[in-house]
Design a protein around this ligand. Structure first.
Ligand code: NAG
Ligand code: NAG
Ligand code: NAG
Ligand code: NAG
Ligand code: NAG
Ligand code: NAG
Ligand code: NAG
Ligand code: NAG
Ligand code: NAG
Ligand code: NAG
Length: 882
């Protein structure tokens, strides 16, 4: 959703003193054990007090938590400085599963001034060399030197290149609604984790800190190459992850912040949304038109259009009346389709029922003096639900239970939560928010009531034309809620969010949430709390169903509860490309693998060719949704012949592979293995050519997708117009997914010609077996697809061998009562199926085909089909035609 709100960067006065003159710290008493080290650190000279006051006494805690994970924490001895509440994100502490002699990582330090280094034991490589520690009330700095031009990935959310720039580069983390995804600025989420690749080995560094920060990567003649954290509060709470494979780092990170949450089978279907559907009739018409166009629509969505005067938890009584909304939901459910609508975090002051319910429990974010803060959002004056308040869970769950009641409300199948940075349209200092809202921010007038509609065969009569937590408080120390005496409104060190100030476009940093916290410290966690309460509310309503949530804003660890979309992009080629980078980051580094980008673009008008290419690419997004802004033209796939053909083919292919991807996604939920959207260097860490690949990716472990990267020369084209694509193939055996032909990768680029608007280059990695649903192009929904049999696609490696797997369960239960984990293995014509077979089904493996078989090049690279007709409830073996 667009936030119609822009700020020019403010020029910030440069402080006279420099932190470079700060004295650093000296190491006092050290206590060492087999698996940990603690020490006192004290200021080594006169305080420099550049950005607030220096904290005199610090503590160092080093824990060898596992052989591959080292925890290093530097915090104030008084424990007054803000730390992330364990109720929001609980990272491991007090774990001592390894020792200083067994760990893959070694920790060393110098005493005066204090510095520390983390090395890889096997080769003594210095992975992190922390110098220049400054710890002030509103500024914390630490720098690590790095090799020249390091290969660094992560530290999102952003719209920059996949591999981080290494010179004069700043990544700012401060959750921020930023339409059009501007480059070199902070965007919706904060994920302070990076992966670095050195000579084929990977390590990870996670800084568990929710405060705003500038992470600077730079190379200067004097200081060499470095990465520097400049944080406006909190403590230094590092987790060093030793890899050595990129996939190991991903698993190790999941060990710190949690594995991603499992999603229901239907969530992988195709979704349609737009801001600007004028009434429920128009929503129904889109559903109808999709079915007429024979494009399988799985889930219909509605943006804030459905609300009465844009107020959360209300329905526009004329345009989206309850009885018609219920009929729409019933219609969709009867057709095995789903419905989702948007929910925003503020409550309108003018919405007496919901507002009073929240007020009664004192659930709104407050000023320091205890008065509720009033800001401005879509409905005008609003207060924000304080999702940190323990009673907010009951309140939010109650709202969900009644408004989304399956019996008496709108029985939606998931939640789409937006504006949760949280967004605020009232410009600081907004002396009179109510008046300001009334003056300039009343909800946009609803569209004129429509009075006539086309008939919608199959829909109810109403749709036919007629008229129209817990906190680890320790004794004798502080409660880690934050130092007093700080300047929240204008912090002395200013991070470069892109807006110039922290309060631009959001609720002010000086506001309070439950537990004596200020948004200055917890801003980046607001969405996390909304996600948690929304998940709980959905679980309370349908206890056995996996809650499906798509959020705009997020923080480290949120993948354990939610999926995400990448926000308000634009209908431009650059954002079609950017989506690939963002999905690799979210899926493989940030552990939010249910990730998607608005297909065909949100802001501005798309074109037929852009939308066709995007329909083809979107089929390889975990979350595949077409969505556009109210000011953009309609862009449903059925609106252009070319896009219709592209979408049918894309969805049929996605359906064919849906269980392959469901299995891959399941693996990531089990142990954090990056098995969903995978960068090439994760798969080929020893191939340095893969380090700079932005626009090719693996969809699951076995499928390499190489979309067209050049924009179409014309905005309209026909199905047979084509372009070429140059792609990189690592040294490996591949097969063209569409023809079955073998393609030997040589670690170089190849060019494919004649890639029409309904084509996308896809290769299967040799050594893989993929379970495919048969006749996938005949399924209109994923529920129908689940009744289709399987066939096995075998792509042998250079030795004629291949393996694969299939995870089966009911596709919806939180804890499925039964499931199967089926393993396939193939060796030169001999196929073996084994595993566990708890999920009983009448479906069959009807056949198998081997890629790169005895084919005539150019026509069909598949072996003659082998009929199998074997069940899925026990193991078996068979000969397969090669
Ligand atoms: C860390 O960096 C400092 C300054 O650049 C350097 O003097 C020191 O040798 C480095 N430490 C290690 C362990 O490499
Ligand atoms: C990088 O270093 C140069 C030279 O000191 C400096 O001018 C520039 O501002 C630095 N960039 C960042 C992002 O810190
Ligand atoms: C549905 O299709 C009809 C017939 O092509 C068209 O007139 C109408 O505008 C479409 N409506 C929507 C909401 O797409
Ligand atoms: C799928 O939808 C098409 C078009 O509406 C219809 O002709 C076909 O019968 C449907 N298939 C199934 C299996 O329901
Ligand atoms: C409050 O709501 C009423 C009726 O729902 C509406 O008429 C009025 O314009 C609203 N006022 C504001 C300030 O939003
Ligand atoms: C509390 O502080 C806010 C912001 O300064 C102010 O607008 C409000 O009037 C104050 N409330 C009281 C009761 O003093
Ligand atoms: C935390 O400690 C501060 C300072 O001692 C105190 O003012 C505040 O009330 C405490 N907050 C909580 C939630 O205990
Ligand atoms: C989108 O197209 C509509 C009508 O075709 C036009 O009025 C509008 O100005 C276009 N928007 C942009 C941003 O070009
Ligand atoms: C390009 O592909 C299309 C569709 O697959 C085919 O009809 C056409 O003959 C091909 N053109 C060339 C030049 O190979
Ligand atoms: C990544 C990218 O291309 N961003 C563009 C997004 O849109 C704005 C406005 O059109 C451009 O200024 C950015 O360059």
């Amino acid at each position: 959703m667009r936030q119609t709100y822009f700020f020019l960067g403010l020029v910030v006065a440069v402080s006279a003193a420099s932190v470079d003159s700060c004295p650093g710290y000296t190491v006092g008493e050290i206590v060492q054990s087999r698996s940990s080290l603690t020490a006192d650190l004290s200021l080594a000279g006169d305080a420099c007090n550049v950005y607030g006051s220096d904290v005199s006494n610090l503590k160092l805690l080093v824990e060898y938590q596992t052989d591959s994970r080292l925890h290093v924490k530097i915090y104030d001895a008084e424990e007054q400085v803000y730390q992330i509440p364990a109720s929001v994100l609980e990272t491991p502490s007090g774990q001592h599963g390894s020792s200083s002699s067994a760990s893959d990582l070694t920790f060393s330090y110098t005493t005066n001034p204090f510095s520390f280094a983390v090395q890889r034991r096997s080769n003594q490589d210095v992975l992190f060399n922390a110098t220049g520690l400054v710890f002030e009330s509103q500024y914390v700095r630490l720098r690590t030197s790095l090799p020249q031009n390091p290969n660094i990935y992560g530290l999102g959310e952003d719209s920059d290149s996949f591999r981080r720039e290494t010179n004069d580069y700043t990544r700012t983390l401060w959750n921020r609604g930023a339409a059009f995804l501007p480059q070199h600025q902070s965007l919706y989420s904060s994920h302070p984790i990076y992966i670095e690749m050195r000579d084929g080995q990977a390590h990870g560094v996670f800084l568990s800190n929710s405060n705003g920060m500038d992470i600077k990567i730079n190379q200067t003649e004097l200081e060499g190459q470095y990465l520097e954290y400049n944080i406006i509060g909190g403590v230094l709470d590092f987790y060093f992850l030793s890899g050595p494979e990129p996939a190991d780092v991903a698993r190790q990170y999941a060990g710190v912040v949690g594995t991603p949450v499992e999603q229901s089978y239907w969530t992988y279907g195709f979704h349609q949304c737009k801001y600007g559907y004028e009434d429920v009739m128009m929503v129904a018409e889109v559903v109808y038109n999709y079915s007429q166009a024979n494009i399988p629509l799985e889930t219909m969505w509605t943006d804030i259009d459905y609300m009465d005067l844009r107020r959360t938890w209300t329905l526009d009584p004329e345009r989206f009346p309850l009885h018609k909304m219920q009929e729409l939901v019933t219609y969709l459910h009867d057709h095995q389709q789903q419905y989702i609508i948007m929910v925003d975090p503020p409550i309108s002051l003018n919405d007496s029922a919901s507002y009073d319910a929240g007020k009664e429990k004192d659930l709104y974010i407050k000023w320091a003096n205890g008065t509720d803060f009033v800001g401005t959002m879509w409905p005008g004056p609003i207060s924000y639900v304080d999702f940190f308040h323990p009673s907010s869970s009951d309140f939010w769950s109650g709202q969900i239970a009644s408004f989304f009641s399956d019996e008496s409300g709108v029985g939606v199948d998931g939640m789409w939560i937006d504006m949760n940075e949280p967004a605020n349209f009232c410009q600081y200092p907004c002396a009179n928010p109510i008046q300001a809202a009334i003056n300039g921010n009343l909800p946009p007038p609803p569209p004129a009531l429509r009075t006539s509609w086309d008939p919608l065969p199959g829909f109810p009569a109403d749709f036919q034309p007629q008229s129209a937590s817990k906190r680890g408080v320790k004794q004798d120390t502080g409660n880690m809620t934050g130092l007093t005496g700080r300047n929240f409104a204008n912090p002395p060190y200013s991070i470069s969010t892109g807006d110039g100030t922290l309060n631009a476009g959001s609720a002010w940093p000086e506001l309070r949430v439950y537990g004596d916290y200020v948004l200055y410290d917890t801003h980046n966690l607001y969405a996390s709390q909304m996600i948690a309460q929304s998940r709980q509310g959905l679980l309370d309503r349908r206890p056995n169903e996996r809650p499906f949530i798509i959020t705009r804003s997020s923080f480290a660890g949120d993948g354990a509860k939610t999926g995400k979309w990448t926000g308000d992009n634009a209908s431009i080629w650059a954002h079609y490309l950017l989506s690939i980078v963002q999905h690799m980051e979210f899926a493989s580094i940030f552990q939010i693998p249910m990730i998607g980008t608005d297909v065909c673009g949100f802001n501005d008008n798309t074109t037929e060719t852009l939308c066709a290419r995007w329909a083809m690419l979107g089929a390889w997004y975990p979350f595949y949704r077409n969505h556009a802004d109210i000011s953009a033209n309609f862009q449903e796939f059925y609106r252009w012949p070319l896009v219709t053909i592209a979408a049918r083919k894309a969805i049929a292919t996605r359906f064919q592979l849906l269980d392959y991807f469901y299995t891959a996604f399941h693996q990531q939920t089990v142990d954090g293995s990056p098995t969903t959207i995978i960068p090439l260097f994760f798969q080929y860490p020893n191939d340095p050519n893969t380090l700079n690949i932005n626009y090719q990716f693996f969809y699951g472990p076995s499928i390499l997708v190489s979309p067209v990267t050049e924009e179409s020369p014309s905005p309209t084209a026909t199905e047979t117009d084509s372009q070429s694509v140059t792609l990189y193939l690592p040294q490996d055996t591949f097969y063209d997914f569409w023809t079955g032909e073998k393609v030997i990768g040589t670690g170089s680029q190849i060019t494919l010609d004649n890639i029409t608007y309904t084509d996308i280059p896809v290769h299967v990695r040799g050594g893989s077996i993929l379970p495919l649903r048969v006749d996938a192009n005949q399924a209109n929904t994923t529920a129908q697809l689940r009744t289709h049999d399987f066939e096995l696609l075998i792509a042998p490696d250079a030795n004629g061998k291949a393996t694969g797997s299939l995870y089966l369960d009911d596709g919806i239960s939180v804890n499925p009562s039964s499931y199967s984990e089926i393993e396939f293995s193939y060796d030169n014509g001999h196929l073996t199926v084994s595993g566990t077979f708890g999920f009983h089904t009448e479906l069959q493996f009807v056949g198998a085909k081997v890629m790169g078989g005895n084919s005539i090049k150019g026509s069909n690279g598949y072996s003659p089909y082998t009929q199998l007709n074997k069940g899925l409830n026990e193991g078996w073996e068979a000969r397969v035609n090669t």
